[in-house]
Design a protein around this ligand. Structure first.
Ligand code: ADP
Ligand code: MG
Length: 460
């Protein structure tokens, strides 16, 4: 097989896993320039494409190439404008439809991102200038400001939690950026807990765990995002606990986020949980209509886009879930304006935003509910079905019953039978119990909200 044949097969696979518009935009005029010792060099027509392939599609490319040649180790993208490759790939480029262009413009708008700082890994785009403060996030914001003033002393750790897309990452990175601005001498690092786990695992396999720990102990400010992913990872928690303690003892600042409160993270070691609770815990809620309006106007202004009040109001009143979705809607409207050279009227707006607004027909299943619940509580799906009477299992099982009843309008006998052939009276009891508990337990209500988010956000 020559290089081009390899690439054609890989392209065939890539084409299946991304949208047509993106495939055409980013993969036309690409070619394999060389394959040597597991190193593959891909020629791309320009810097923009190079960046996209590197940052966004590298995983997909890697996977696709791995299916053709097993021993792929590394992929590099190089700008090369050979007309030959254009001819060779011509069969892959078909005319793009308007709808697809909208998608592409949308993604390009999203992509106007500056690069993360090499030393701190902070993204300079997250600043307080662009951060709107209102009642939904003011506690977290105020606590963040105190952290900046008194690093490591007042609120340690600073723990921020809340749902998807409401500004946790933005806030903690803005804190990091602000600290760096005021104290160039401080060493700061930002990373996700997944990256932390991955690095730890590779240090374990290299036998360099001590070095790993040492490196983290050097930081003045350690910022870890989405700490809920540490759930169930005992070894990682243990190492993290050591790092946490040694930073804490030296009054170094630790900043963490999670999608839920520490006490709602399952299988979080008790000593870590109490450490987290020993600092400042602030939650971020959801912005109300007025705040959504302010956020939209601010974003539009920063993008230099003029929109009328009607458009802003339409978006703010229809997009309520979170700020990320709000931005997505605004980007779509901007793409529309750029393509059509006109501001959309109400009907066109509705059409443009339809897929975001119309809670696409809620569709779920017994299996998805079981997966979402088991995933959230970090237990095995089989535990929902088997006979265990452990508290950590019984509660998720009853929640699964409740969700099956609420979301699928399922009958009690059906629920019982899906969950390990239990009697319908057991299903009734479970559903009623959760229903009652929700009324008195805010945390449980929030947990259910997060499970539903998992259920319908496409994660499952
Ligand atoms: P989370 O980490 O909670 O999932 P992000 O911090 O990634 O959410 O925020 C999602 C998007 O919304 C980002 O583009 C972010 O810049 C924007 N955003 C979040 N909070 C605010 C805010 N208070 N003001 C303006 N933009 C915000
Ligand atoms: Mg985040």
């Amino acid at each position: 097989m020559n290089n081009q044949e390899v690439w054609q097969i890989a392209l065939g696979e890539i084409e299946l896993s991304i949208s047509k518009a993106n495939f055409i935009t980013w993969f036309k005029n690409t070619t394999i320039l060389s394959i040597k010792d597991g190193k593959i060099i891909i020629g791309v027509p320009n810097g923009f494409t190079k960046e996209w392939l590197e940052n966004k599609y590298n995983k997909i490319v890697f996977k696709a190439l791995r299916n053709v040649i097993n021993a792929v180790k590394e992929i590099n993208y190089i700008i090369s404008s050979s007309s030959e490759q254009e001819v060779k790939n011509k069969q892959k480029t078909k005319p793009i439809k308007k709808k697809e262009v909208i998608l592409e413009v949308e993604e390009r708008l999203d992509f106007k991102e500056p690069k993360n700082d090499e030393k701190t890994n902070l993204n300079p785009k997250y600043t307080f200038d662009s951060f709107v403060v209102a009642s939904f996030n003011e506690l977290a914001y105020a606590a963040g400001q105190s952290v900046i003033k008194d690093i490591g002393k007042v609120y340690n750790p600073f723990f921020v939690y809340g749902g998807v897309g409401i500004g946790k990452t933005h806030l903690i990175q803005a804190i990091g950026n602000e600290i760096i601005k005021n104290h160039q001498d401080k060493s700061i690092t930002y990373l996700s807990s997944e990256k932390f786990c991955a690095d730890l695992i590779s240090s374990i396999s290299n036998g360099s765990v001590e070095k790993f720990k040492q490196e983290y102990r050097k930081f003045d400010v350690l910022i870890i995002d989405d700490i809920q992913f540490l759930a169930g990872k005992e070894k990682t928690q243990e190492i993290f606990f050591h790092i946490f303690n040694s930073l804490y003892e030296k009054n170094k600042q630790i900043i963490l986020t999670s999608d839920r409160a520490p006490k709602a993270i399952p299988t979080l070691e008790e000593r870590l949980r109490s450490r987290f609770e020993g600092g400042m815990i602030a939650d971020i809620g959801r912005p109300d209509f007025e705040t959504r309006l302010v956020i939209l106007k601010k974003k539009a202004q920063s993008l230099n886009i003029q929109l009328n009040d009607e458009t802003f109001t339409y978006i703010a009143s229809n997009i309520q879930k979170n700020i990320r979705e709000l931005e997505g809607a605004l980007n779509r409207v901007i793409a529309y304006i750029k393509l059509n050279n006109e501001i959309p009227n109400k009907k066109q707006l509705a059409k443009t935003l339809k897929t975001i607004i119309s809670n696409p027909q809620k569709r779920t299943s017994y299996k998805k509910i079981a997966e979402a619940v088991a995933g959230f509580y970090d237990i095995n799906i089989n535990d929902l079905i088997n006979r265990s009477r452990k508290k950590e299992i019984v509660k998720p099982r009853q929640i699964a019953m409740y969700l099956m009843r609420e979301e699928l309008k399922s009958s009690y006998p059906a629920i019982g039978s899906k969950l390990g052939g239990r009697d319908h009276t057991t299903a009734i009891y479970g559903c009623e119990k959760i229903k009652k508990e929700i009324e008195n337990d805010e945390n449980l209500e929030q947990e259910l909200g997060l499970i539903k988010e998992r259920l319908y956000s496409g994660v499952i």
